[in-house]
Design a protein around this ligand. Sequence first.
Ligand code: PSU
Ligand code: MN
Length: 302
Amino acid sequence: MNEYLHINPEFESALRSNKPVVALESTIISHGMPYPKNVETAMRVEQIVRDNGAVPATIGVMNGKCVVGMTKEEIETFGKASGVWKVSLRDLPYVVSQTLLGATTVAATMRIASMAGIKIFVTGGIGGVHRGAENTMDISADLTEMAQTNVAVISAGVKSILDIGLTLEYLETLGIPVLTVGSDEFPSFYSRESGYKSPLRLDTPEAIAKLLSAKWSMGLNGSVMIANPLSAEASIDRNEMEGHIQQALNAAATAGIKGKEVTPFLLKYIADHTMGESLEANIALICSNAALGAKIAGAYAS
Ligand code: PSU
Ligand code: MN
């Protein structure tokens, strides 16, 4: 425990009694979806985690503290406020010490979850190696964080705004197991397909919990990337998505977008240009990830 951590009492008792807890990030609320869908989805995701037997803990930064288990009012604030910081690992001490509102990325959420003793974290999509990274060196801190922090990440894979092949290579270099649930193919967030075979496949929460237990018991530090393909009904055609992504990449290059703004710019561009379809897919996949994450947390706790 440290003075910069605020744990909601509900989670404190859940953690003490070894109840399953699932961490959730806040970047998706502040930077991932429009209001009020973002707040509605965040609350729905929390309910799904509860319905599947675990306690949800949404994580963000406010009042100079890393908050584990945001209240409904706090989630509402993050969903409405403008100018909420996107907080990755390097931003964390700045946003805490300046007492700013900070929505945490996968990297920062994992680290805070770990500080609180939470092992399972559910999100939509993670950051990775960007297209053209051989020149820009734009590789998300999500990956290096996954190499060292013992929190499993459940996502719908990696968006093809990234170079999926290079991201999988980099995950291999970092020693991070990558497994897909119920499919031999690694998913690309909006689509069940990516064109890349999944390095590993496991089909049940119990088998995944066993893998986590084996990894961490052997002292192998770091995350496990658990990719959960979205349902066939919600899946968007990969070629259709590729057209939007190319346009988004061109728009980013034209506008000279760099550094931490790259990912939010691309995500917003795609959301704005695919309208309802991508938002609905996004909501469907995060709900499905929440149910799976709660089951894995339950299996791991027992
Ligand atoms: N990719 C997505 N959805 C997201 C993000 C990435 O498909 O919401 C967000 C996550 O919070 C992730 C962050 O941790 O962007 C990565 O940003 P960067 O590429 O700047 O590291
Ligand atoms: Mn980056």
